[in-house]
Design a protein around this ligand. Structure first.
Ligand SMILES: [Zn+2]
Length: 156
């Protein structure tokens, strides 16, 4: 990136930090030519490769529509879903990838959905992870129970 002071074609990154929401990175840069300092903000592009091979930009709406069915009849509001989609986006962006497939999106949804509603989580996981027996449900439920018993997690 050109130096805004002298137009030198190169600059050196002297500090990088992620914004509080985790969705962008601010970089302090210094021009090796004139020594001028400036800040840039980067927001990574994030694309999803669908099963068909088609690539499209990551969309929180798609995340929400993906989990809405699992949340049917549960005490989950539209605001909850919006927060969930934001958490999924943050989690995905924090891994630093620029593209991921729908399977990886599904994985990123599991954690936040589990925090939101365990029944919805079980429904979603059963489809997404292709549970094919009662044992699969049982081990998922055992995991949930184990977390309940963990005092570190009890007051979250
Ligand atoms: Zn310069």
């Amino acid at each position: 990136m050109h130096c805004p002071f002298c137009r030198h074609p190169d600059s050196r990154v002297i500090d990088s930090r992620t914004s509080d929401d985790g969705l962008s990175i601010r970089r302090r840069r210094q021009c090796p030519e004139c020594g001028g300092r400036f800040t840039t903000t980067e927001t990574a592009s994030l694309n999803v490769i669908k099963r068909s091979g088609v690539m499209e930009p990551f969309s929180r709406e798609k995340v929400i529509s993906g989990v809405r069915k699992a949340c049917q009849g549960r005490p989950v509001t539209e605001a909850d879903l919006a927060v969930l989609a934001q958490r999924v986006e943050e989690a995905v962006r924090q891994t630093g990838v620029s593209q991921l497939d729908t399977n990886e999106i599904g994985l990123a949804i599991l954690g936040p959905l589990r925090d939101l509603d365990e029944v919805a989580y079980l429904r979603f996981a059963s489809v997404y992870q292709a549970f094919d027996s009662l044992d699969d449900f049982e081990s998922a439920i055992t995991d949930l129970r184990a977390d309940h018993a963990d005092p570190e997690l009890a007051d979250r």
